[in-house]
Structures are given as C-alpha cells and as structure tokens.
Ligand binder design. Structure first.
Ligand code: LP5
Ligand code: MN
Length: 333
C-alpha cells in the first residue's frame, strides 16, 4: 500500500460524512519544529477539526511529534514575553481546548523526542505513555509503539538507542546546560543523516522476526517511524494462513511549496465506532413473519443518527463496533 493506494481513505471525505463516528485518532512522525511552520500549521488545523468531533475520545501521538526535544525546560523556562511568541504556545492552547472537550491526549516518545517529560504534557492535560502501550479495538488487543525498536537490523542505531534510552544517560544529559544540549542534538542529527545515507532501505525497515515476536502476544500492531505508511497483513501461521494486521503511520511532509501555498500530507489512523441498534419493534414483526426476517431486527445507525434520535432510542440495545482505517490527511497552508 503506497501513499497513492486507493485503500487509504481520503480525510476530507471522512471528516465531512462521518464526523460523529470518529472515536480515536492516531498520528506520529510529525517532526514539528520552528523551522518548518507549514507542519505546525497543519497540526493546528488537524486539532481544530478534531475539536469539532463530538465522540472523539482519544488522540494518540506515537512519537517523533517534534523534530528534536532537548528537555522540557527549553519551553518551561521561557520568559513571559518569549512564551507568548513561542511557536509551541498555540499548540499547547489548542490541545488544552481539545482536552477540555473530553478527548484524552496520549503522548509517546520517539527517537527524536524521548526527552519529553510529563511536566510538558501537563500543560495541556495529556498523559505521557510508554511503549509498548496496549489498547483494545473491539475484543482485539493492539500494541502501540514508535517503531524504532523493531528495526533490529540497524545495529548502529540500536547501540545508540540503548545508550540514549538509559535513564542514567538521560539524567546526565538533562544536567547539561541548555545551549550545550541544543548543540549536541544538532551534531547527532548531522551524524545520523550522514550515516543514514550509507544504510540500505531494508536495514532501516522493521525486522520481520521482531514483528512476529511482538505479534505473538497481541492481535495487531500499530507503529510509525519507518515513514512507510501501509496496512500489512502479517502471516503469523503459514499452515493455517492466519494473519494479523500491522498498521504503519506515515510521517508528515511538505509535498508542495511555492509563493502561494504549502501543501502538507500525512497518513494517519482514524478509528470509527459504528453503532448497531437492535430494534424492538422489528423484533416483534419477526416473530409474526418468521426467521426469514431476522436481518431486519438489526438496524445499522450512525452516531449522527443516534444524536438526532436520542429520545426514541433504547440505549440497552446499542452495540458498538470499532474499525481502524488509514487516512490521507492533506492540507494547504
Ligand atoms: O530520525 P530518523 O528517522 O531520521 O533517523 C533515525 C535514527 N537517527 C536518530 C537520530 C535522530 O534522527 C536525531 C536526534 C535528534 C536529537 C534528539 C534529542 C537529543 C538529545 C540529546 C541532547 C540533549 O535517531 C537513525 C536510524 C533511522 O532512524 C532509521 O531507523 O538509522 O539512526 C542513526 O542514523 C544513528 C547512527 O547510526 C548512529 C548515531 C550515533 C550518533 C553519535 C553522536 C555523537 C555526538 C556527535 C559526534 C560527532
Ligand atoms: Mn522515528
């Protein structure tokens, strides 16, 4: 499944046709920074849309939200003048509004922003979650992670990761003066992009055995990091042809830039909670007319219809079915 794959649904269609059904949104690899305002604008636009969704319960940011994070203090120690001018302030304000509307915001570390702390997340009432994190979609368990730990063929990166994710390393890093940390992050970025230019695409992708190992304990996997958005059906049992889904979220990228506008594209995941209603009056009809009518006893209703029919609906007869979909989010800024 590529970015142009028809199996990836169009975002604007979904947000306009099924706004009440959207209950969870998962994004990753935004790589936001002050140097790329188009990505920041795109993120603010997405959150504005999410604020209008009546049944949105959860927003997950699955790592690399920021291009580089050298410590919460870089933001928390700003003077009040700097604070008002800082590019992060509108992000915090809009996320606070989203959270106040009843949407839980969960932030996971990536390989670029593993120094985000709960203190920063507290600014917009979010929860810092750690990988692996598990959710349920219907009766199936899904494992959420950033995805870098699955790239086990990338030996030099895995060595670097082990050092950087060590709490002692992080404690030592955070004790360094802010300017030194900013300079170090820049050096790491330069070294990383130099190293990456010599690595093959397959080395920088997930390792199949690593994927199988984690899928052994769950029904599905959702991650980002590789910048190769797709839904894979991973064969976990060749004999019985059993597969389990692996959803890969995309990175956010500027796909067009000129003097008039910039266009940003990202593949995100949206979960729909579809409601089934077993209608009592139809059940009565079925008794009269026999088993042939059984299908009519269940009425599919959208959450929009549910909102409009609140008074006439027997809530005990509602059944929710959730489904996850990769969606192409595209915006001109
Ligand atoms: O992020 P992406 O996808 O481009 O690349 C990753 C791996 N690279 C990284 C590094 C990040 O991109 C940049 C980190 C930004 C700063 C983070 C905060 C730092 C806090 C410290 C300061 C307080 O994760 C890349 C993988 C790729 O994913 C695909 O999986 O290949 O890994 C590398 O390229 C790592 C190299 O192989 C090893 C790097 C060693 C760096 C040592 C730096 C020493 C200091 C400088 C000396 C010159
Ligand atoms: Mn990453």
């Amino acid at each position: 499944m590529s970015v142009n794959d028809p199996a990836i649904v169009d975002y604007s269609h979904i947000i306009t046709t099924r706004p009440h059904d959207i209950c969870r949104v998962l994004i990753s690899d935004l790589h936001l920074s002050a140097d790329e305002p188009a990505l920041v604008q795109a993120f603010l636009a997405l959150i504005d849309d999410l604020k209008a969704l009546a049944n949105l319960n959860e927003l997950y940011i699955l790592g690399d939200w920021f291009d580089a994070w050298v410590g919460d203090d870089r933001y928390l120690t700003l003077s009040s003048t700097e604070f008002h001018r800082n590019w992060l302030t509108p992000i915090i304000e809009t996320l606070s509004e989203l959270s106040a509307k009843g949407c839980d915001i969960k932030v996971m570390h990536g390989n670029r922003d593993f120094l985000i702390g709960q203190e920063f997340c507290d600014l917009f009432n979010a929860e810092l979650i750690h990988e692996p994190y598990f959710i349920h979609i219907n009766d199936k368990s899904f494992r959420l992670e950033h995805g870098d730990a699955l790239c086990t063929d990338d030996k030099s990166y895995q060595r670097f990761r082990t050092i950087m994710r060590n709490p002692v390393t992080q404690w030592l890093l955070l004790k360094r003066p802010l300017q030194k940390r900013i300079a170090l992050a820049q050096r790491i970025r330069t070294k990383s992009s130099m190293d990456k230019s010599h690595k093959s695409m397959s080395i920088m992708d997930v390792n199949h055995a690593a994927v199988l190992k984690v899928l052994n304990k769950v029904d599905g996997l959702i991650h980002g990091h590789t910048h190769r958005p797709a839904k894979h059906e991973v064969i976990v049992d060749k004999k019985n042809h059993t597969t389990k889904p692996r959803y890969v979220l995309g990175d956010w990228r500027v796909i067009h830039r000129d003097s008039a506008y910039e266009q940003v594209e990202a593949i995100i995941a949206i979960s729909y909670c579809e409601t089934t209603y077993s209608d009592r009056s139809l059940l009565y009809d079925q008794k009269q007319e026999g088993a042939g009518q059984i299908e009519q006893n269940f009425r599919q209703i959208t959450s929009t219809q549910l909102a409009n029919e609140q008074h006439s609906i027997d809530k005990s007869r509602l059944d929710q079915k959730e489904s996850l979909q990769l969606v192409k989010f595209e915006i001109k800024t």
